[in-house]
Design a protein around this ligand. Structure first.
Ligand code: GLA
Length: 388
């Protein structure tokens, strides 16, 4: 984090010819299990990780938000905090923050402008929620600078609404909530029906290994929204409010009334909820054997029923699972169609994954996987300014 803050500070001084007054950060996340369950009112089990978006910020007297990004995009964008806020075609990344501004305004929470430099070390487009962390870091800055006293949960809801209504991705609450409310050394079991959560200790010796397949993915793609629609069709055929209320018996009874795809999508979600609750128990007991089985079943379900994995990811999961045996689990994490595999295992076992898979993966796919050893971390907040 220190390097990110120093870098953000340097860019800020160059861009705005003064020192930034504040630094805010928000982490990316991995999800241990519970995929595509959040928008179905189900359970998820994510951890915030020690990869962050950092914002260097100084308040302005007028209503202009002026943001410079110092990484991938390396561009600037500015707009006025006043409804309606037009979308930017030139700097589409800024739409995430424009959407957040609009959400504050729609809650009757107007605020003054800010100069901002944003940068981070969350791999982008890899399914580790770099965009959710961008919105959450910004919402924390707005909250702090204006003494709004909104909770992490309220900020996460603002950021989710910005993605749903402004950016156009019908995502659930998981990414924003874990980025806002994550806890060090813990996973959060989130009940997305009422957005309540409980923290669950990771085993003392746990290691989180994230393997970036380098298969790039686009979340604002039709596939994500299509899955959501198919889940809704299944709910409608069963005459229920959400898949959270559905049992496998309900699904079997209604099987002939629904499209075969809707059936398989719903089967994934219903069984995934059960696996997520069982995984939370296994985590509490440091039971790697059960986690190994549950994460493997989750991956199969995403591959065969929800159909969101891709062959390079399946290959990685197969190889990692073979190395881990009953000493930990591996599965694709996040929205799907590429991105990352997460493995939860002991610190003793983790290096084996990092050392023995890279070459086989490159031989098979021509891609170069990237390995990240991550630590479950606290959620977003204000970061101490640099010592003078
Ligand atoms: C993306 C979305 C989340 C969630 C996951 C799949 O990360 O932003 O809300 O639906 O996909 O579990």
């Amino acid at each position: 984090m220190k390097e990110l803050i120093e870098a953000a500070s340097d860019v800020f001084i160059k861009a705005f010819s003064r020192q930034p007054d504040f630094f805010f950060h928000a982490p990316g996340r991995i999800n241990l299990i519970g995929e595509h369950t959040d928008y179905n009112q189900g359970f998820v089990l994510p951890c915030a990780i020690d990869r962050n978006t950092v914002l260097a910020v100084s308040p302005r007297e007028d209503n202009t938000v002026c943001v410079t990004t110092a990484d991938l995009h390396n561009t600037s964008s500015q707009w006025t905090v006043q409804n309606p806020i037009p979308k930017s075609e030139r700097a589409p990344w800024s739409n995430y923050l424009r959407g957040v501004c609009e959400q504050f305004l729609s809650r009757q929470l107007p605020f003054k402008g800010m100069d901002i430099v944003a940068l981070g070390n969350i791999p982008q487009g890899a399914g580790l929620s770099s965009s959710a962390s961008f919105t959450v870091a910004f919402s924390v800055a707005v909250n702090h600078l204006n003494n709004f006293h909104l909770s992490s949960r309220q900020l996460a809801l603002i950021c989710q609404a910005a993605e749903n209504q402004y950016v156009g991705c019908q995502c659930g609450i998981m990414d924003q909530l874990i980025s806002a409310a994550g806890q060090a050394q813990k996973a959060l079991l989130i009940d997305c029906a009422d957005i309540s959560y409980s923290a669950i200790n990771l085993p003392q010796d746990a290691a989180i290994v994230v393997v970036d397949s380098k298969v790039t993915r686009g979340l604002v793609s039709s596939e994500y929204n299509t899955r959501r629609l198919q889940c809704e069709q299944a709910v409608e055929s069963m005459g229920l409010q959400s898949l959270r209320q559905a049992s496998i018996a309900d699904l079997q009874r209604a099987k002939n009334k629904m499209h075969p795809l809707a059936y398989r999508r719903a089967k994934h979600v219903i069984t995934e909820n059960t696996r997520t609750l069982a995984s939370a128990e296994a985590l509490k007991n440091g039971d790697y054997q059960s986690l190994s089985r549950l994460m493997a079943e989750s991956h199969q379900s995403m591959r065969d029923d929800f159909e969101i994995t891709v062959p390079p990811i399946d290959f990685l999961v197969e190889k990692i699972s073979a190395i881990l045996g009953e000493h930990g689990g591996a599965r694709m994490t996040g929205g799907g169609f590429g991105g990352c595999v997460v493995a939860l295992t002991s610190q003793q076992k983790a290096p084996e994954i990092m050392q023995s898979i890279g070459n086989a993966y490159t031989d098979k796919t021509g891609l170069k996987a990237e390995f990240h050893l991550c630590v479950a971390s606290d959620g977003a907040g204000m970061t101490q300014a640099l010592p003078a």
